[in-house]
Design a protein. Sequence first.
Length: 255
Amino acid sequence: MSEHAPVIIAFCGKGGAGKTSICALAIKYLINYNKKILAIDADPAGGLSWALGVIPSKTLDDLRQDLVAALKNKDIAGNEELYAMAQYELLAGLVENKGFDFLSVGRPEAEGCFCSINAFLRNCIGKLISHYDFVCIDGEAGLEQVNRRVLETVTHLVIVSDTSKRSIAIAHNLLNMAQQRTQTMHCAVIINKVGDSSCEVSNLPVIGTLPVSETIARFDSTGTSLLKIADTDAYYTKLTGIIGDLLKQLVPDNV
Ligand SMILES: Nc1ncnc2c1ncn2[C@@H]1O[C@H](COP(=O)(O)OP(=O)(O)OP(=O)(O)O)[C@@H](O)[C@H]1O
Ligand SMILES: [Mg+2]
């Protein structure tokens, strides 16, 4: 078990900008370092499981429903039993793969309902992630769906944008939102699918640009796991340089 606080990287940005692809390839990169990795698919559409070639098991939402049902049916006597069940089921819901574990969030936490259950789950997730070196979260477009307990602990927010004006505007909004929530989270922007057209990125902490990649498009269209991309692929090599710099700069011991 890991003894230090994990590096928690969340990928967000406009729909279709490349969050899932970049998250999956960042995981491929980290696997090479033999670290304990947890991949969290926080998009209810479940794109990361495809990109990593994982068959999802129970989602966090399934687990929430199970706990609610168990409480209703009085299968659970008290808080201690509820906690034990939550811990057990959360571990059971993890899909173990070669080099990483995988957890799917499913539907996001509904505001206001199942308060105590959500609090339990947040606590369990907090405990769970402390056992990893790296947690990589593939988000939806915004930050809202990322479990709040997890978001509080995100160390690196990577905002992915394409070159469109709308995508860049969303990147600005996400950056502002993140900076309002916390001063300690490191925020960075990757511009993806850069072709011939230029874009205005002033005032954004851009750490790198990535080209349009025929390989990425082909893997996606054939439903092939991005973990199978060649180590020598030009897009992947460029991405590893960007992610490597991001992590080395801040956590030299981790990579
Ligand atoms: N650099 C690239 N070159 C070509 N195609 C790309 C590139 N990056 C991503 N794509 C393609 O763009 C589409 C969207 O990519 P991806 O699913 O990674 O984005 P996303 O931000 O996770 O989208 P969503 O918001 O729908 O979850 C996919 O078909 C993917 O294969
Ligand atoms: Mg996605």
